[in-house]
Design a protein around this ligand. Structure first.
Ligand code: GAR
Length: 193
């Protein structure tokens, strides 16, 4: 059984879908939900589902990203985490941290990567006049939103859509995609010996 940590910063709707899936027979066990923001709504949802939570407030580290990531790494080791899922975790992680977890860290991103890495994905898709938007689950590498894509879902962009309309429609697909990809990823995953 592989120990999974889910890292969040906000409402945690993707986190919730992953936890619900891991409550069924699954190659992974939800060991920890960690937020870099104490006010993240996802923390209470995780607690209600009986999953351990931790808060590591990035603001208490000031500009010292390396120290934040050192502490994060320590917590993950203390919980014996095998695989990390970023689920709306809105902190960029540095190369040292990412390298330590490379091949064991997934992220969900609200665009059809490699299009629209970074922020404001829906607004940028609308401004570009795209007909299709979507979401991607990828392995995390040191370059932002650039790792191998493990799966994606497409969503049509409809006339008159606002960025919020699109975000809502894409989120529905995120909730289906991430649990499916995590399951498949873990079932092929060999923990380091
Ligand atoms: C999701 O749309 C996720 O794809 C996005 O944040 C939202 C979190 O929602 N992630 C990113 O933009 C990462 N760059 P949630 O907290 O309800 O899961």
């Amino acid at each position: 059984m592989l120990n999974v940590a889910i890292l969040i910063s906000g409402g945690g709707s993707n986190m919730q879908r992953l936890l619900e899936d891991m409550a069924r027979p699954h190659p992974g066990r939800a060991r920890l939900v960690l937020s870099n923001r104490p006010e993240a709504g996802g923390l209470a949802k995780a607690e209600a589902m009986g999953v351990a939570t931790e808060v590591l407030d990035h603001r208490s580290f000031g500009d010292d990203r390396a120290q934040f990531e050192t502490e994060l790494h320590k917590i993950l080791l203390a919980y014996k985490i095998d695989v990390i899922c970023l689920a709306g975790f809105m902190r960029i992680l540095g190369a040292d941290f990412v390298s330590a977890w490379q091949g064991r860290m997934l992220n969900i991103h609200p665009s059809l990567l490699p299009k629209y890495q970074g922020l404001y994905t829906h607004r940028r898709a609308l401004e570009a006049g795209d007909r299709l938007a979507g979401c991607s689950v990828h392995e995390v590498v040191p370059q932002l939103d650039a790792g191998p894509v493990l799966g994606y879902s497409e969503v049509p962009i409809l006339p008159g859509d606002t960025a919020q309309d699109l975000a809502d429609r894409v989120l529905v697909q995120e909730h289906l995609l991430y649990p499916k990809i995590l399951r498949a990823f873990l079932s092929r995953f060999e923990p380091p010996s």
